[in-house]
Each structure stands twice: as C-alpha cells, then as structure tokens.
Design a protein around this ligand. Structure first.
Ligand SMILES: Nc1ncnc2c1ncn2[C@@H]1O[C@H](COP(=O)(O)OP(=O)(O)OP(=O)(O)O)[C@@H](O)[C@H]1O
Length: 258
C-alpha cells in the first residue's frame, strides 16, 4: 500500500499539487486520471521519488519515503517496477538484453540465472522465444509486453505505469490492461497507472483518483462512475455528446430495472 499525506508541489510560482491525501492499494490497479496539466505525471514522479514534495509525506507501507536513510531508500527502490511511456526500450539491445538490464544493474546473479529469469518473464507476458529479436522487429503491443516483462524482472512490490496504452489500438490496449491487472492480482502488487484511457477506467478502475488543477476531486471505483454526480468526472469520462447520450441511456436502463 502507498499512502500520500497532504502532498503539495510548487515549481516557482506554479502550485502544481495542492494537498493530495490518498491511498493506493495492494493487489489492484490504482488509476490516476485527469485532463492535461492536472498534475498526474508530477504526482507519479513524486511517488517514485524523482521529485521531492514541497510539503507532505509519501508512505510505502510504514516507510516514510522522504525521511528514511539512503540504505532504506535503496531497499524501497529495489521493489519498484516502472513501465515508461513509449516503453523506453534500448533499440541497440535485443529483447532479452533489455529485460536482463535491471538484473545487470542491481544484482550479482550469474548469466545463467539471469537468462532463466528473462525466459520466465517473457513467458509471464506470453512472449516466449523472442529473446534474440530487436525492439524494432516486434509490434507496438509486443514492445509493451517486453516493457512489462522488464518492469517485472526484479519481482516488484510496487509497479508504476505511465500511460501504458498510448499508441495502441483499442483491442491491444485492453489486452495490455488485462495483463497488468492479472500480474497485479496474482503477485499482490500495488500498481499505479497514469492514464487518459476511458476503456481502462471502466475496465480495470478498481481505485480511481481524479485530479483537476492539482486537487483530488473524486476517488472511487468503476462501478461508481456512471452514477456519480461529480461534474469534473462526468466531463472527463463522458467527454463527447455521443458518450453523454450513452451514459444517459445506461442510467435510464439501470433505473428502469430498480
Ligand atoms: N519539472 C518541472 N518544472 C516545472 N514545472 C513542471 C515540471 N514538471 C511539470 N511541471 C508543471 O506541472 C503541471 C502539471 O504537469 P503534469 O505533467 O503533471 O500534467 P499531466 O496531468 O501529467 O498532463 P498530461 O496528461 O498532459 O501528461 C504543468 O503546469 C507543468 O508545466
């Protein structure tokens, strides 16, 4: 579990986060949503310790991320997995070398042990046998899976995904969501996903945190989205006239059955 306590972040005279107190739970995908400039990326960077808050606290279970000594911080960092926007795979390395990279950096495992773990991770994302291909030789959806395999290689307790669906067609995007969700449930990981994708919100939104102008304006799960009266949420999720009509129809049907 990750908990934030009244987090603020100011750059110069720009108050980007204005007191965020929330929890991200283990074993479920936690989504941060909100329109452009709301502060999602800044919050994600704070959670992983890339930015320090101007004030407030971030707790990983009982560990206060910004008050612990370097050894304890390193211990927390070893438990973080990160799926970067656009995958951030190294083009000059094979798929296998990309997945092995965190083990080369942070462990003393033998080459045999590392190769065995690479195979396990490729199997985990249903991509067995593509070790020797280069990222440019596989599709965008496959690259995403490789990115997930790399994020999982050190068996993270916390997984961060920055817009995991960007650049994917809707069907592939849903498969990637399901894969992240499945790995999260099976391994009891606290997964935090920064997303704009409405399908993700309605498909895997077990805990949704909505930001607007640096404020947390709504928190709930996908089953509460349809009925919520929160205008910012409705504007964000049902952004087009077509989607607003769909929501009205769905609400009518639901109330007709009540
Ligand atoms: N390193 C930085 N220095 C100064 N200002 C920053 C920095 N990073 C982000 N900001 C500012 O913080 C605000 C929120 O940016 P952020 O990237 O978190 O938005 P976002 O919700 O992730 O938007 P998007 O969905 O477009 O990625 C913006 O006004 C941005 O200019």
């Amino acid at each position: 579990m990750i908990r934030t306590e009244n987090i603020t972040k100011t750059f110069g005279d720009n108050d980007v986060l204005k007191g965020i107190s929330t929890e991200f739970y283990a074993g479920k995908p936690n989504l941060i949503i909100g329109s452009s400039g709301a502060g999602k990326t800044v919050l994600l960077k704070l959670l992983i310790g890339l930015f320090k808050p101007t004030s407030g606290k971030v707790y990983y279970d009982d560990v206060d991320l910004f008050s612990v000594d370097d050894d304890a911080l390193r211990e927390v960092r070893m438990k973080l997995g990160m799926l970067f926007q656009g995958n951030a795979l190294f083009d000059s390395m094979t798929v296998g070398e990309n997945i092995r990279f965190p083990m080369d950096m942070f462990t003393n495992r033998t080459l045999g042990e590392k190769e065995k773990r690479v195979d396990e991770c490729l199997e985990m994302v249903n991509m067995e046998g593509i070790n020797d291909r280069f990222p440019s030789e596989v599709s965008g959806g496959m690259q995403k899976r490789v990115g997930i395999a790399r994020a999982m290689v050190l068996e993270p307790k916390y997984l961060f995904c920055d817009e995991p669906n960007s650049g994917l067609d809707p069907k592939t995007a849903i498969l990637i969501d399901e894969l992240i969700c499945d790995l999260t449930n099976r391994n009891n990981i606290t997964t935090v996903i920064n997303t704009h994708d409405m399908n993700s919100v309605m498909g895997i939104g077990d805990n949704i945190v909505l930001l607007k102008d640096g404020h947390l304006v709504w928190q709930g799960d996908k089953s509460q989205v349809l009925e919520s009266e929160e205008a910012v949420l409705q504007d964000f999720i049902f952004a087009s006239p077509f989607l607003r009509r769909l929501r009205e129809d769905a609400l009518k049907q639901r109330h007709a059955h009540d």
